[in-house]
Design a protein around this ligand. Structure first.
Ligand code: NDP
Length: 369
């Protein structure tokens, strides 16, 4: 494809605007009215707490049902996202850009002093726009940070499914495509089953909402995490049975470590006495968990996520680095993030954190890093 046609495909159309508008409107309405567990967020500096309605799974299943029915009635085509991938990408990018300008302007004007809405201005416009100035901005009662993460994770699944539909339509469905689709779908469904764990993650509790997070959620996650699927549409890979088994093994181990570690921390935060792997937990200074996965490495959850990311790319074989974009990016991101989190925790927990470091010397991968 030459540059001219590529640029042409990137031009946003009214159709892509309509698809995005429908998606956001659906999520806003479904998120507000569908039933779901109301989960209290972390206690903020001023002692307040936000509450999150965790109804992502039911919203996702209902949307899948609506789209399935609409396609049966020939109102929409299941390949519409795959067919309009590039224009949807540029439309979402423009949306992220505009919405963060609005967030910046509204944030600057606010006189609200609560921990959620108080503006944090560094005076550097670019920095403030990039990192955001408010912790938890809202729109019509919707917590925007939680909303955008949900949109990004769901968007990723629907892009994948549309690619899947296209590969069936083109008659190119392969073992590789099935494995890639299966692993990603399980990961995303699992994310929504455990959506409440998201409420205690770094993004939600510590990161302000600026372009970095909005772009990351809406553009980066759905459009770059699906690269393997786009790649498989035009590349054929022959997978041997042994490779398929090794691939499944990587996924299962990655999943157990990722979900196990995140679950242990979440349970510990709610009940610091809850047993870990059947034994009373080892706790440092009454605040830090040092048993289970958190006694193996200080960020074992990142290790699990990295193995999962690798399992999403292994179905593409080794002939090209392109499908490995996601695991490579994640390795860089999580190493950087681990350093930032380490600095935050060292400042927050001081001598308790130093004790934890002594007890658990490995950052992510025991005996390596
Ligand atoms: P964590 O969920 O690991 O949260 C870090 C926080 O947990 C710390 O700031 C601290 O917060 C608390 N904490 C750290 N160590 C301990 C301990 N030993 N005992 C008790 N509390 C502890 O990090 P993230 O939010 O970065 O990641 C959450 C998940 O999301 C991970 O599995 C990660 O892999 C995944 N992720 C995936 C990305 C992707 O692009 N696929 C991007 C980013 C994250 P506190 O002050 O509350 O104690």
């Amino acid at each position: 494809m030459d540059l001219g046609s590529l640029l042409h495909l990137l031009i946003p159309s009214w159709n892509s605007v309509a698809i995005l508008a429908f998606f956001f409107a659906y999520l806003a309405i479904a998120g507000s009215i569908l039933p779901g567990k109301l989960v209290p967020g972390a206690v903020l500096q001023d002692g307040s707490r936000l509450h999150y309605r965790c109804n992502g799974l039911i919203s996702l299943l209902l949307l899948a049902g609506i789209l399935g029915a609409a396609s049966k009635l020939e109102i929409i085509s299941l390949t519409v996202i795959a067919d309009r991938g590039l224009e949807l990408l540029s439309t979402t990018f423009l949306f992220s850009f505009l919405v963060t300008l609005v967030l910046y302007a509204v944030g600057c004007k606010t006189s609200n002093r609560s921990s959620s809405l108080k503006p944090h201005l560094s005076g550097n416009l670019l920095d403030d726009w990039w990192f955001g100035i408010q912790l938890n901005p809202q729109f019509m009662g919707i917590d925007l940070k939680f909303f955008f993460v949900r949109a990004g994770m769901m968007g990723w699944l629907f892009i994948n499914l549309s690619i899947f539909a296209r590969s069936i339509q083109e008659g190119t469905l392969s073992r590789s495509m099935v494995l890639f689709q299966l692993f990603c779908a399980l990961y995303i469904l699992d994310y929504f089953i455990h959506e409440e764990y998201m409420t205690s993650t770094w993004d939600i509790i510590a990161e302000r909402l600026g372009f970095m997070l909005v772009f990351g959620d809406l553009v980066w996650i759905p459009f770059t995490f699906s690269i393997q699927g786009w790649w498989l549409l035009s590349n054929k890979v022959e997978l041997r049975t042994a490779t398929v088994i090794a691939n499944c093994f990587t996924f299962v181990i990655g999943y157990l470590v990722f979900r196990g570690a995140n679950k242990q921390k979440h349970v510990f935060k709610k009940d610091p006495k809850a047993p870990i792997w059947g034994k009373p937990p080892r706790v440092i200074g009454g605040k830090l968990l040092a048993s289970g996965y958190w006694g193996i490495a200080r960020h074992c959850n990142y290790l699990g996520d990295l193995l999962l990311a690798l399992s999403f790319s292994l179905p593409c074989g080794m002939s090209s680095p392109v499908p490995y974009f996601y695991p490579i990016y994640l390795l860089i991101l999580l190493t950087w993030r681990e350093r930032r989190d380490e600095a935050r925790c060292a400042e927050k927990y001081r001598e308790i954190w130093a004790e934890y470091r002594r007890l658990v010397p490995w950052r992510i991968l025991p005996y390596v890093y």
